[in-house]
Design a protein around this ligand. Structure first.
Ligand code: MN
Ligand code: MN
Length: 351
């Protein structure tokens, strides 16, 4: 020991800080500490490693809002949804009586390789990322991003599931089936039309829930009807109740499709409960109705993939919208955990 070491003051000892403190793994620390991943899951952005660990589910960020028609900001959604969680360590679903991450092998696969102001590249890289994850057999759960990301994301899942088919259950205030918006095919008002036109999803396997407001025009609904799409307006939920409408939607989703891609535009929830979105539409579903619907749908169908989109943190207050989106994801994960705990295989075995 040098003279300098011998004379160095020991303020830690003087203050009583030199005890043998327990040190925790990142995953067990509070979620506001350390690197940011969904629910503190391991950050595994290499598809080969996701395949090696045989992940059941993989979170994917799609931080992209170049398809926005009105208020932007959804590019910040993935980060906000990951951050909007106060619990850490062992999560216990009181709704479904399961500890999801004790049952499932889950990873956060990171974000698609997005740069700003380049719609085609953004969609291409989201497609590549989701396809890479889905090809491992993990169910991709994609955090948007504006709703245009559903075009590349669901296309990727449809490719991996081929020759089996996917249907889509789509929660939204808006139909997102416009032919174009100001001449732009990749707008967030058009992805559902692109998916049907390309053949990724058959119109008759497409179910929409929560539509309301003043858009789109009757010609668009005529096109939807011609495709065999099914939809449930918010006024039907008001008249019959969410439970009965979701029962019908589940039956319709299972009518013809082998598996279901679930797409949740957070603006399906009333803007009083989820204000942080680009195109708020008053008179929407309750947060608890949507969370219950997610549990019931994921429990009832073979889930091929999922996205939660249109969370725009700059318009959010007290993180309520990000928290609702985070819970949509957790409810789906917990429903998958219940399935796996009962002996079912939830991941996709390609081949
Ligand atoms: Mn939408
Ligand atoms: Mn919408």
């Amino acid at each position: 020991m040098s003279a300098a070491d011998r004379s160095r003051p020991d303020f830690a000892r003087a203050a009583g800080w030199d005890r043998d403190w327990e040190v925790y793994l990142d995953a067990d620390l509070p979620t506001y500490v350390g690197p940011l991943s969904f629910s503190g899951l391991p950050w595994v952005d290499d598809a080969a490693e996701i395949a090696r660990v045989r992940a059941d589910i993989a979170i994917v960020g799609a931080p992209f809002d170049d398809g926005t028609s009105h208020r932007p900001g959804a590019r910040f959604g993935p980060r906000a949804i990951r951050a909007a969680q106060s619990q850490s360590g062992r999560l216990n679903s009181l709704q479904l009586d399961v500890e999801p991450f004790s049952v499932l092998t889950a990873v956060d696969a990171g974000d698609a390789n997005i740069v700003p102001s380049w719609m085609e590249r953004g969609h291409a890289l989201i497609h590549r990322k989701v396809r890479g994850v889905a090809a491992t057999g993990a169910i991709p759960i994609v955090l948007g991003g504006d709703h245009s990301i559903t075009w590349p994301s669901a296309s990727a899942v449809a490719e991996i599931r081929h020759p089996r088919s996917i249907g889509i259950v789509h929660f939204d205030a808006h139909a997102d089936t416009a032919p174009e918006i100001f001449g732009v095919l990749g707008s967030h008002g058009t992805p559902m039309r692109r998916l049907i036109e390309s053949g990724a999803v058959a119109g008759r396997n497409f179910v929409q829930v929560g539509l309301r407001g003043y858009w789109p025009e009757p010609e668009v609904f005529a096109w939807m009807q011609a495709q065999g799409m099914r939809w449930h307006f918010m006024r039907e939920i008001e008249e019959r109740g969410a439970e009965a409408v979701i029962d019908d939607a589940i039956g319709e989703a299972l009518d013809g499709a082998d598996a279901v891609y679930l797409s949740i535009d957070i603006d399906v929830i009333d803007p009083g409960m989820a204000p942080g979105t680009g195109t708020p539409e008053p008179g929407g579903m309750l947060t608890r109705e949507v969370l219950r619907a997610v549990r019931r749908i994921v429990s009832s169908v073979d889930l091929a993939g999922m996205d939660v989109v249109e969370v725009s943190p700059p318009y959010d207050h007290a993180e309520v919208t990000a928290a609702a989106a985070n819970r949509c994801v957790l409810e789906a994960i917990s429903a998958l955990a219940v399935k796996k705990a009962s002996g079912a295989i939830v991941r996709h075995e390609p081949g």
